[in-house]
Design a protein around this ligand. Structure first.
Ligand SMILES: *Cc1c(COP(=O)(O)O)cnc(C)c1O
Length: 399
């Protein structure tokens, strides 16, 4: 089909919730994707922190093929082996002792919010239900997670919001201390704010948040939907910051491109959920779990990919900092951890993103003026060299 016709049908049939680039992606392999007109792109977005092993990684493809032939779906009224195996893998490699599976980041956070409220009802004195989240955060698009999201622009038009959320400035421990009341039951944070513009925690912020939670008997919920599964150079970002949460949520990278979400917690906190309290028809579906097992096993093999992720993250930061020196009037800051990297500009980044796209390089823009890089963790130096050259050229033509 001619591209014009495809775009027409897309706007005719698909609900208008995304501002899409006029391109149809049809095939992917590793760092590359190809559009319907045969053009090749280097992909530094990777489904926004989803395709951690690149596109169509052979181990994920084979795992999906094998599982699809054996069993695609059964109800959670019965056990299935891939679900148990994946839960065991996650537990063995994290603080957590129990896992609840769902299908997306928003659902994982929704489950975390429900678990925190239920745990508070049963284990905390008084009436504690409030959850403190950070301004500029992003936790999802369901009503509760949209309310947890500390950004007005996502909430406007959907009021009334869900009661029981308060917001504090990220990285301001005093603001948090002042906001804790006799009704607070939990603090929920992204270890590194992703959608909010790749904002890193100051060196002891998360540790002090955890201390504050311990002091008041509050739960610490870490939303690792974007930062988890190796993105921050460790399997989970919290390992970088000397903290341990009570509840953690995962999605994006977990299935290597296949939709799956998870909410993990300690035994003590998990005990607040009993049969009937929470559920998901598709959660822990054998096909999704098979994809996630293959992804996680590949990621963990010798820690090779995690090492590579840290080294490549440093390499990208170095390259972007050189660009910053060359283009000081456009670039104000470069920051990141592992392969979650942002470059803040003095202007909106849409024209730059479009110019990159024209030249076969896919990068993302978040928070209006932050170029965000969330490439597959298998990215190589030559990929960054190519992208940095093009970016240098585009930035040079701007002013
Ligand atoms: C993407 C994201 C979500 C939402 O995940 P969905 O799968 O789109 O529902 C939640 N939290 C964080 C930190 C995210 O980056």
């Amino acid at each position: 089909m001619e591209i014009k016709k495809v775009l027409e049908e897309s706007s005719h049939y698909i609900m208008n919730t995304y501002d899409r680039f006029p391109v149809v992606l049809r095939k992917g392999r590793g760092m590359h994707v190809w559009s319907s007109d045969g053009k090749e792109y280097l992909d530094f977005v990777g489904g926004i922190a989803v395709n951690i092993l690149g596109h169509c990684h052979p181990k994920v493809v084979v795992a999906l093929q094998k599982q699809a032939q054996r069993l695609i779906h059964v109800s959670n009224l019965y056990h299935n082996e891939p679900q148990i195996k994946l839960a065991k893998l996650l537990v063995e490699h994290s603080f957590a002792e129990k896992v609840f599976f769902c299908n997306s980041g928003a659902e994982a956070n929704e489950a975390a919010i429900k678990l925190a409220r239920k745990y508070a009802k049963e284990n905390m004195s008084g009436n504690r239900f409030e959850i403190i989240t950070a301004l500029n955060s992003f936790h999802g698009r369901t009503l509760a997670t949209l309310t947890a999201t500390g950004q007005k622009k996502f909430q406007q038009g959907f009021e009334p919001l869900v009661p029981g959320f308060r917001y504090v400035e990220f990285n301001d421990i005093d603001a948090l201390k002042k906001t804790i009341t006799g009704e607070t039951c939990a603090v929920m944070l992204e270890p590194v704010q992703g959608e909010g513009g790749v904002r890193l925690p100051s060196h002891d912020y998360l540790r002090r948040v955890m201390e504050e939670c311990d002091k008041h008997g509050l739960l610490l919920i870490l939303d690792e939907v974007q930062t988890g599964m190796g993105r921050a150079g460790k399997l989970f970002a919290y390992e970088n910051f000397g903290v341990v949460p009570d509840i953690m949520t995962l999605a994006k990278g977990l299935g290597g491109g296949f939709p799956i979400g998870a909410m993990l917690a300690t035994n003590k906190v998990s005990a607040a959920f009993q049969p009937g309290n929470h559920a998901s028809t598709f959660g822990g579906n054998p096909l999704a779990c098979a994809a996630a097992i293959a992804t996680m096993e590949t990621l963990l093999e010798d820690g090779f990919i995690l090492d590579q992720c840290r080294r490549m993250g440093e390499y990208l930061l170095k390259g972007l900092n050189e660009l910053k020196k060359e283009h000081p009037s456009v670039i104000t800051d470069v920051r990141g951890i592992g392969l979650l990297v942002g470059m803040e500009l003095t202007r909106e980044c849409t024209t730059i993103v479009k110019a990159c796209m024209d030249r076969g390089v896919i990068i993302n823009c978040t928070a209006g003026n932050v170029l965000r890089f969330t490439p597959p963790l298998i990215v190589q130096e030559k990929d960054f060299d190519h992208m940095l050259d093009i970016l240098d050229d585009i930035l040079g033509r701007l002013s």
